[in-house]
Every structure is written in C-alpha cells, then in structure tokens.
Design a protein around this ligand. Structure first.
Ligand code: SF4
Length: 190
C-alpha cells in the first residue's frame, strides 16, 4: 500500500456515482485532498452517459469536491478495444480482456489529468463492485500510476461491507443506479 503524506492530492477515478459514495468520503476522512475524475466514453448510449455524468456531478457537489471530466468520445474507446482486443469485444461477460483494456483506457485518461492538474496519486472506485476483480484493477492502476510518476492508492472498497453501504448511501441520496456495466457489449439482452 502506498504511503502518502496526509496532505497529498488524490485524483479518484469515479466509475459511477453510486460506487463513489463510500470511497470518496473515506479518502477525505483519511486526510487526502480528493477530487474526482469521470471518464464515461465507455458508456453507451449517450443519454445513459448523461445520466451517469450528472449523477457523478451531483455527488461531487454533495461532498463539496472538484470533479474533472473529459469530453465524451465513444469512438475512441471502441477503436482502442476493437484494435487491441480482436474478437473479445462481443463477449458480454465482465472481467475479461476487454474489461482490462477498458480499465487501462480510463486510468490512462485519469493519469494524464492528474499530471496536468498537479495531483500526487490516483485511486479508483471500481473495487467496490462485486463484479470487478480487485487484483486486476489494482494491478493495472499501479502500472499506470508508475508510468506517470504517480502513486497508486490500493484499496478494495467492497471490504468491510463496502458495497452494501454504497447501496444504502445511494438510496439516501436518490442517485441514479444503472443496471449494466456501461459499454454497448455489456447491455443485457442485446
Ligand atoms: S463491461 Fe464494463 S468494464 Fe468491461 S469493457 Fe464494458 S464498460 Fe468496460
């Protein structure tokens, strides 16, 4: 686990609003100056992206913290997956090579933002999900942070009942909760 000064500036990659409800306040409580980063180009279709983005904006406002975003560019995300992951893009199940590349794309965008904005470290909300493999997520995050001279804050947010607590907090905040991971390939029943 990274050892950071308490005043370190952390950029938290936020995959969606409900998943941020536990990690974001916990990092703040640990003493880190924590801002959020939302990618979103993996999300299909556009109105779904808008719902998720607006919910993340609402959470940032609720916690009184800054949120960084990048322009919605799904063609870039799809191109990256299709060229580097041939044949895997149509697999609906989460957790395979397509998802590893997806994490890579999202963390790469977060790392660039972190450097531009003077952050010391990166973290992600992804490990609160029971559908994500923490070792895979943290492994990719660590590599990405190292490449950019940043620290990676390794956490498995679903420990200590984290997922259930995030569901309760999301209900309390009346957050939009999606029923599929995000990309066109993960839409159930398609
Ligand atoms: S299922 Fe989720 S994590 Fe996997 S590629 Fe699609 S959006 Fe990314």
């Amino acid at each position: 686990m990274a050892v950071l000064a308490e005043e370190s500036k952390v950029l938290l990659h936020v995959c969606c609003a409900p998943d941020a409800t536990v990690p974001w306040p916990e990092l703040i409580n640990e003493g880190y100056e924590t801002s959020g980063f939302f990618y979103g180009s993996n999300v299909h279709p556009f109105d779904e992206y808008e719902k998720r983005r607006d919910a993340v904006r609402y959470v940032a406002k609720t916690f009184g913290k800054r949120l960084f975003e990048v322009p919605y560019c799904p063609s870039e995300w799809v191109h990256g997956i299709a060229t580097r992951c041939k044949g895997m893009e149509m697999i609906k199940k989460e957790g395979g090579p397509r998802c590893a590349l997806c994490f890579w794309s999202q963390f790469e965008a977060a790392a660039k933002c972190a450097l531009e904005q003077g952050f010391d470290a990166l973290c992600t909300t992804l490990t609160i999900s029971p559908h994500k493999k923490p070792d895979l997520v943290n492994g990719i995050g660590k590599s990405m942070a190292k490449r950019h001279g940043l620290q990676w804050i390794e956490r498995i947010w679903r420990c200590r009942d984290g997922f259930r607590r995030s569901v309760l907090k999301s209900r309390e905040l009346e957050l939009y909760r999606q029923n599929y991971c995000g990309c066109v390939f993960s839409i159930r029943g398609e």
